[in-house]
Design a protein around this ligand. Structure first.
Ligand SMILES: NC(=O)c1ccc[n+]([C@@H]2O[C@H](COP(=O)([O-])OP(=O)(O)OC[C@H]3O[C@@H](n4cnc5c(N)ncnc54)[C@H](OP(=O)(O)O)[C@@H]3O)[C@@H](O)[C@H]2O)c1
Length: 261
């Protein structure tokens, strides 16, 4: 507990990058949480922790973790428990996909397995790590980040959607298994691109090249904003127990959702 002397509640952002992960971390820290960030790239993690600490005091710590490995996840959560105490909220945010899709015949078994480990297995293993303390406390929140591909299989996303579909099912099962014991599990479907480096960045560059000034001027109507998403995560976490959401979907106002149905 040496890092959390004031015994703040702890949120674990599993799969934390500069987009949703950082925004959710900051939203909860602003409400009095200590945040732990899990991802592979130490340099990026360090930058995020330094940024959060600079704005809020010493309230963030990172754990280099490969979510495709159960041992790596167990080892990180053991250290988190020793350093900070039990995790009160877990956000499983990691996702792995190709930006440009690939048909099934062009998708290797290695890619299918590796991406599915990130999209699904890592969530199963992480959930198993945080549940015992949550059950002992009689409360805990677990939020899973979904995507359009959680509900609809699109051409080219064979190494992405199957894991995301499974994640949706896992979130439902955690609710059925443990909601009566105080665990609030919810699946948050982000049905459209996020204004981050990867997908949002590709779209921004495409719109710049195409001279799509209207979209660039009105970006919030086309790309989900990480800080707005973070408010949704906080809202779900703080719902009164008489009105718990198990699943919700969000999209930017002008997201072309109907074309995807
Ligand atoms: N971006 C979008 O347009 C969009 C749209 C709909 C839904 N989503 C969902 O939103 C989530 C991601 O949010 P975001 O795009 O804003 O990302 P983010 O929070 O900026 O970053 C997510 C982080 O997950 C980490 N990660 C990936 N594979 C990992 C692994 N094997 N082990 C440990 N960490 C791993 C990556 O860090 P390292 O590389 O350092 O490991 C990455 O930086 C995903 O679940 C995605 O499906 C995104």
């Amino acid at each position: 507990m040496s890092y959390n002397t004031s015994r703040k509640p702890v949120i674990a952002v599993v799969g934390a990058g500069p987009g949703i992960g950082d925004a959710v971390a900051r939203r909860f820290v602003a409400e009095g949480f200590f945040v732990v960030l899990l991802a592979r790239n130490e340099e990026k993690l360090q930058t995020m922790v330094e940024g959060i600490d600079a704005d809020y005091g010493k309230v963030a710590k990172y754990y280099v973790t490969d979510l495709r490995s159960e041992e790596s996840i167990i080892s990180s959560f053991r250290s988190i428990h020793a350093d900070l105490g039990p995790v009160n909220v877990m956000v499983y945010n990691a996702g792995a996909r190709r930006v440009n899709g690939r048909s099934i015949l062009n998708t290797t078994t290695d890619e299918f397995e590796s991406f599915t480990k990130v999209n699904l297995f890592g969530a199963f293993w992480s959930t198993k790590c945080v549940l015992p303390d949550m059950l002992a406390a009689g409360q805990g929140t677990i939020l899973y980040t979904g995507a359009t591909g959680s509900l609809r299989g699109a051409a080219g996303l064979s190494s992405f959607s199957p894991g995301k579909f499974g994640l949706r099912s896992l979130a439902q099962i955690v609710s059925r298994d443990y909601q009566a014991e105080g665990i609030h599990a919810a699946h948050i479907i982000i049905d459209g691109p996020v204004d981050g480096k990867l997908i949002g960045g590709v779209l921004r560059r495409r719109w710049e090249q195409n001279g799509d000034a209207d979209k660039l001027k009105d970006i919030k109507s086309y790309l989900a904003q990480p800080t707005d998403l973070a408010n949704i995560y906080w809202f779900v976490h703080t719902q009164p127990q008489s009105t718990w959401t198990q699943e919700l979907d969000v999209r930017a106002q002008k997201e072309s959702m109907l074309s995807k149905l």
